[in-house]
Design a protein around this ligand. Structure first.
Ligand SMILES: CC(C)(COP(=O)(O)OP(=O)(O)OC[C@H]1O[C@@H](n2cnc3c(N)ncnc32)[C@H](O)[C@@H]1OP(=O)(O)O)[C@@H](O)C(=O)NCCC(=O)NCCS
Length: 230
């Protein structure tokens, strides 16, 4: 690789502090480990996103394809200041979230994708990325948009987000802001988890990001409705 030219192509990078992993006990008793991953994890994550590209139901296709591009862009150094958190249960990948820093004051929330449904895993992961932006990176606000009705209910309504002028990075949609103040008002109700993660749980999570088979991923996201849709 011509690193001299590559240096011009790569966007500059801001230093970001580490996100300390946490564990959330789900309604089923399952332990959801939420942790930050670096670029090395991307090829594995893409494996899990790929099956969603063909699922129009609940807008998995548009969210999946955009998330795929953002993760690949990060892996190939073509996206500026992105971070990614994942959720795992017994090592199995059950959800992915990502965000991009716009400035030291503002983050742009990109995507939330839940592979396991019905346990608010997407909601917990979204809350975790807000926690990282506001509490650890010290942003004043995060700009958010929704591509699906479930997303709109989960973010705009549950957090009572503030509608803003202008266009969100995702297709120019209306941006909504989670301000620092709104985050702390919602924190007790919506941001869950305990730290530190017990060592044995962390070891299982870090040993391998297990990806369900394509068949299982489709089964999980489509649930009982799959036979009707396809
Ligand atoms: C939005 C999203 C992250 C929310 O994840 P979540 O908090 O874990 O919530 P779920 O998707 O499991 O559940 C959402 C609703 O669908 C219902 N649901 C659960 N399992 C389902 C299934 N297999 N099929 C369809 N609906 C299901 C739930 O009962 C829930 O209802 P509620 O809102 O009354 O609680 C997730 O739905 C998702 O990944 N959707 C596709 C991508 C997307 O829209 N991302 C957000 C873009 S803004």
């Amino acid at each position: 690789m011509d690193m001299e030219l590559e240096a011009y192509l790569r966007p500059p990078e801001m230093d970001m502090p580490p996100y300390p992993a946490k564990v959330i006990t789900l309604a089923t008793g399952g332990k959801l480990v939420v942790r930050q991953v670096n670029r090395d994890a991307v090829p594995r994550l893409l494996q899990a996103v790929r099956p969603t590209l063909e699922v129009p139901r609940d807008y998995y296709d548009i969210v999946g394809v955009r998330l795929y591009a953002e993760l690949l862009g990060w892996y190939r150094y073509r996206v500026r200041d992105e971070f990614c958190l994942i959720g795992q249960i017994d090592g199995l990948l059950v959800g992915i979230v990502n965000t991009r820093a716009y400035s030291p004051e503002v983050d742009i929330s990109l995507h939330t994708l839940a592979i396991e449904r019905g346990l608010r895993i997407g909601a917990h992961l979204f809350a975790a990325k807000m926690e990282y932006s506001i509490e650890y990176c010290g942003r004043e606000e995060v700009l958010i948009t929704a591509e699906s009705p479930i997303g709109f209910r989960r973010w705009m309504i549950e957090y009572d987000l503030e509608k803003r002028e202008g266009q969100h990075e995702l297709g120019g949609a209306t941006p909504y802001a989670l301000t620092r103040d709104l985050y702390y008002r919602n924190k007790e109700r919506l941001v869950a988890g305990e730290r530190p993660v017990p060592e044995e749980l962390m070891q299982v999570a870090e040993r391998e990001i297990i990806i369900a088979s394509e068949e299982d991923i489709l089964e999980k996201i489509l649930g009982a409705k799959r036979r009707i849709v396809q």
